[in-house]
Design a protein around this ligand. Structure first.
Ligand code: NDP
Length: 310
């Protein structure tokens, strides 16, 4: 049995641990140890990503990830693999309550009624009764929606609140929302977002957005923690990793955790799945954290949510 409460972080533990609580990060000793969301929900500190995992590979990949030790799976309606992800979860034989499953509402389904229907569809595709976390995938932006963008975000969030109250979704949050998207949403929200899933990796730390979330009790998750792989080529990361006997990928995962950011590494290869969570036997020094914090322009999409047209 997993002990969700072991090593659970307290709500005030939202500052960079490597500077303000030396050694605190070592309370995490496995990827099943948990951050605690603002509503008290325990969330395993590393999630397994499934973006671009084709449906015909996702079933096996998810089962293998769960066998490797992951208990937190990140998917989305737009990935087109939710049925396979659900099958992989069932194949693992793990009890539902030991798993943390996240999905996201795609951009075409915004609005109150469409959101409720889209969530039902996602639950059906995954073959589960509830989601542990549901996220609005991208903020409706002014570029596409003009003055209606804010209303659309607010209506969508109202449906998220409804889903949360109904128990079909245990926690609710956002993805790709920057502070200037969160502030107006918070003015009309009855329930504050518990998570913001942002592109965060060495070279694209999104420091001000991360700080804003941490100051407001919003857990940040890092999508693309390897910058879709590009970042792993960086020689600085490789040389820092070599000092600890760890790979660049392990350095990326560890760097996120030491910023209290929850990384979502993706790999369809078993050896990489395992090594990407084998990050609890070393700690990056403050100096190395600062060097990594200073990297810029080393990969990833660095997408601007106000500029995207999807
Ligand atoms: P990642 O940054 O996790 O990089 C994945 C790439 O790195 C794959 O090509 C993978 O290849 C490779 N890789 C993984 N581990 C290693 C390793 N140890 N050594 C060498 N190469 C490695 O990219 P993603 O874009 O997939 O992001 C992670 C997750 O974040 C997604 O899967 C998804 O769940 C989420 N996400 C959310 C978004 C959002 O808008 N909210 C947007 C994008 C992603 P291989 O599989 O062949 O091992």
């Amino acid at each position: 049995m997993l002990d969700w409460n072991r090593h659970t972080r307290t709500a005030d533990a939202v500052r960079p641990m490597h500077t303000e609580q030396p050694g605190g990060i070592m309370r995490f000793s496995s990827c099943t140890d948990t951050f605690t969301l603002a509503n008290g929900t325990a969330i395993p500190c590393i999630g397994y990503g499934t973006f671009e995992t084709p449906a015909d590979e996702a079933r096996v990949a998810v089962r293998e990830a769960l066998e490797a030790g992951y208990r937190h799976i990140d998917t989305a309606a737009v990935y087109g693999n939710q049925e396979a992800v659900g099958a992989g979860i069932r194949d693992s034989g793990l009890p539902r309550e030991q798993l943390f499953v996240t999905s996201k509402l795609w951009n075409t389904e915004r609005g109150y009624d469409k959101t409720l229907k889209a969530c039902d569809k996602t639950l059906n595709e995954l073959g589960i009764e509830y989601l542990d976390l549901y996220l609005i995938h991208w903020p409706a932006n002014r570029k596409q929606f003009g003055d209606r963008a804010q209303e659309l975000k607010a209506e969508t969030w109202r449906a998220f609140e409804e889903l949360y109250k109904s128990g079909r979704v245990k926690a609710i949050g956002l993805s790709n929302f920057l502070p200037h998207h969160i502030e107006p949403l918070a003015r009309t929200a009855a329930i504050m977002p518990m998570v913001d899933q942002l592109e965060v990796h060495p070279g694209w730390p999104q420091t001000s957005a991360v700080r804003y979330c941490q100051d407001h009790g919003i857990q940040v998750e890092a999508w693309g923690p390897f910058g879709h792989k590009d970042v792993l080529e960086n020689p600085t990361l490789a040389s820092i990793g070599a000092k600890y006997g760890e790979s660049s990928a392990q350095v990326c995962v560890r760097w996120a955790l030491q910023h209290d950011v929850l990384p979502l590494p993706k790999s369809v290869h078993e050896d990489r799945m395992k090594s990407n969570i084998d990050v609890f036997d070393f700690e990056l020094s403050d100096d190395d954290m600062r060097v990594i914090d200073g990297l810029r322009g080393i990969g990833g999409s660095c997408a601007d949510p106000d500029a995207v047209d999807f």
